[in-house]
Design a protein around this ligand. Sequence first.
Ligand SMILES: Nc1nc2c(ncn2[C@@H]2O[C@H](COP(=O)(O)OP(=O)(O)O)[C@@H](O)[C@H]2O)c(=O)[nH]1
Ligand SMILES: [Mg+2]
Length: 341
Amino acid sequence: MSSVSVILPTYNEAENLPELVERLDKALGGGYEVVVVDDNSPDGTAEVARRLAERFPVRVVVREGRRGLSSAVVEGARAASGEVVVVMDADLQHPPELVPRLVEAARRGCLAVASRYVQGGRVAGWPLARRVTSRGAVLLARLLLREARGVKDPVSGFFAYRRDCVAGVKPTGLYKILLDVLVQCKPVCVEEIPFVFGQRTRGRSKLGRRHIVDFVRQVLVLSRWRPLKFAAVGATGVGVAWAVLYLLGWLPTVFSTAAAIEVSLTTNYLLNRMWTFADRGTPLLGGWIRYHAATAVGNLTNYLVTNVLSLLGVLVYAAYLAGVVSGYVANYIFSELEVFK
Ligand SMILES: Nc1nc2c(ncn2[C@@H]2O[C@H](COP(=O)(O)OP(=O)(O)O)[C@@H](O)[C@H]2O)c(=O)[nH]1
Ligand SMILES: [Mg+2]
């Protein structure tokens, strides 16, 4: 029985595994096991791992006909025996020398995240496009997932936590398993430890465009599709506003538009409160007031766009639709961050 299990998901990492296991052994000394979860790599990674098992406490799990970093990590945690699991890439981009510090924080009951985006952490040698994509991913995760908001690098692939929890996670995406751990395990504390994400010197990255699409889908799933629900509620609000504009057709547009906005704002708020953000327990009146403040920019934009377009001769219903579309994105961001926090 070892108290720490290092989970190494691998796909074509035969060239990196020996150096990694040797450095892990040096860093940890003893009382650990390595669980290699290999998706039947054509380069013979599993064979290399079995040879390493003759000299080190290495176990090998080979999955046939399956791919996916996240599911490999969970299967590794299920096969592991340690109280704490460390999850890391097998390509030496995650320095094994950091593992003892992660383990120490995890033993204290925290989710320990090796972080590229706290003071002292960084990535080495990434082209601008990859930097921007990574920052965008962090931003999206923190905007849509409350559990990720306090974490500077919620999409790191290098972390340590209690095994029982990681083993029970249901992966919602292909490769950002830390997001699942944050949302599904709800750790009481997260400790971020800075590290430099190194460059790959051997083998090649498996990251592709489909992983970006998969990531966006994963964040939407974990957010329980909130942005889409919010948009659906917004669509009902347009119907409500059109009805008000129709009923108040005898009033000047500057007044009927204001009434249409106020009434639909209120129905939108009520629907978002009982559906989109049902889990937040937002107080009825206080939330309604904050919702006014949060949607003020969007509503003002809507009001101006609608009136200007209708002055220019556009049918008021069409003008209103254009106004609503222009305010939607600003509204959503304010609601996430200020109203339903
Ligand atoms: N078991 C398994 N491991 C994978 C899979 N895809 C990637 N990995 C491993 O996950 C780690 C990170 O992958 P990598 O391609 O280096 O991603 P990058 O560092 O973001 O470019 C490496 O150890 C890979 O071998 C997969 O489909 N199955
Ligand atoms: Mg890598």
